[in-house]
Design a binder for this molecule. Structure first.
Ligand code: PMT
Length: 416
């Protein structure tokens, strides 16, 4: 069967195995054995519920490593995040309904949940619960959220459950979970998915706000989603990521350093200060081209009539980066183009005018892609004449394709 321990070997792979409180916890010992036989270094985190069903000694005997269970042990080593950060892949077997709910909502009240919140590696969950729990709308919704976030859900199977019940909810066999782990690792590519390790990537996101008075501003529809997806994926692929974010409600992705800015001029200052320190700059932010020449010091009063607003040009950050870089291939410059008509023609002109290496073009007149929504559809252009279309997909998937192009460019900039 595919997924036999020697195919493919997991030599040196760091696997985090979470074991939660279900009767199937005893089968996690078999999964641990398959992983160890394949050469993996397996760190087991056993929740209190899991420990009711199977003992730590079993896993320590199989893995040859200490089993962890408590967040309050060894505080100085930062155990609550260290295991997650170090893992190449994490698998939770079995994963209870409660575990799915906690992960979907980002709750972190024990060692396994803090660990998984800090993990940037692929995560595989093997749900196991009674049929009613699996089919409950809350669990269904949690499973959808997790899947959309890129978590791999393997199973559950249909079959015999605890207490004489039968139906969907039975944990998949350990061999199947093993296969899901190897597939998740393989999907990360030849560099183990860390093809941006050692690279410093600066990403801008969101829409700048240009004040008219203390309460009003000129803004745009950017939600920051595209830029945040890029930051999340770049960090997962091993990059050291700095995110310069215009106002947004979005949470900072794990492992990303964030600087908040408001106006185009703030963003200009922040980007220019870092341009020599990074290998790549991705300008996903929607930057206001113009700002009111003067922001009124007090709130503009309606009874004084419509104000005459004079607009002045903001610095064009991307164009300035292109000029400042000159013939130097670093940093690689990735611009975006938000177009509504003659999309490709305008984008090609923008690519040349701004001195970028790559341009990610989106037609923002579409309603299912571009501003605000969860998905995007883009055209990737590069200054060597390369052209590739990325069909409608989640912004995360689009971010993966953009970063694939960045990796190619980083590897061979001198050909440009
Ligand atoms: O944030 P979301 O809701 O997820 O939406 C994503 C997005 C539509 C905002 C994103 O995909 C996108 O297209 N971002 C760029 C928007 C934009 O400002 O496009 P532009 O064609 O006006 O600018 C071209 C490039 O120059 C951009 O990389 C922009 O960051 C940069 N620019 C523009 C003006 C300026 N003064 N300085 C700049 O650096």
């Amino acid at each position: 069967m595919a997924g036999a321990p020697e195919d493919p070997p997991l030599d040196g792979t760091r696997v985090l195995l979470g074991v939660t409180g279900g009767i199937a916890a005893y089968k996690a010992a078999l999964l641990a054995r398959l992983l160890v036989q394949a050469g993996a270094r397996v760190d087991v985190v056993l929740t209190r519920g899991g420990a009711h069903f199977v003992g730590a000694a079993t896993f320590e005997g199989i893995t040859g490593r200490a089993v962890r269970g408590e967040v309050w042990e060894d505080i100085a080593s930062g155990t609550h995040v260290a295991l997650g950060r170090a893992a190449d892949v994490a698998v939770v077997y079995p994963a209870t309904a409660h575990t799915l709910a906690k992960l979907a909502h980002g709750l972190a009240d024990d060692l396994l949940s803090t660990t998984l919140l800090a993990a940037t590696c692929p995560v595989v969950l093997a749900p196991a619960m009674h049929t009613e729990m699996w089919q409950h709308p809350a669990t269904r919704a949690n499973a959808v959220v997790l899947a959309e976030r890129g978590v791999v859900l393997v199973g559950p199977d249909e079959g015999e459950l605890m207490g004489g019940d039968a139906g969907p909810g039975r944990v998949v066999e350990p061999e199947m979970a093993f296969e899901a782990v190897t597939t998740a690792l393989a999907a990360r590519g030849p560099a183990g998915g860390r093809d941006l390790a050692g690279r410093r990537v600066l990403i801008t996101a969101g829409g700048t706000r240009e004040p008219l008075d203390p309460v009003r501003y000129l803004g745009n529809r950017s939600s920051g989603r595209m830029g945040f997806a890029l930051a999340a994926v770049a960090a997962e692929r091993g990059a050291e990521v700095e995110l310069i974010a215009a106002p947004t409600e979005l949470a900072t992705p794990p492992g990303v350093t964030r600087t908040d800015v408001v106006t185009a001029r703030d963003m200009h200052t922040a980007v220019m200060a870092r341009r020599r320190a990074v290998d790549v700059i991705v300008k996903a932010a929607a930057v206001a081209d113009f700002r009111p020449e003067q922001a009124a010091p007090g709130k503009l009063k309606k009874d004084r009539g419509a104000p005459a607003v004079t607009l002045v040009a903001n610095p064009d950050i991307l164009a300035e980066l292109g000029t400042a870089r000159g013939a130097d291939p670093r940093p690689v410059l990735v611009g975006f183009a938000a177009e509504t008509d003659a999309v490709e023609e305008h984008a090609r002109a923008k690519l040349a005018a701004k001195g970028a290496d790559l341009l990610v073009v989106n037609d923002v007149s579409a309603t299912d892609a571009g501003f605000e929504v969860e998905d995007n559809r883009v055209l990737l252009l590069d200054r060597r004449g390369g052209r590739a279309e990325v069909a409608l997909a989640s912004k995360r998937t689009v971010a993966e394709r953009i970063l694939d192009a960045v990796v190619v460019w980083l590897d061979a900039p001198e050909q440009g």
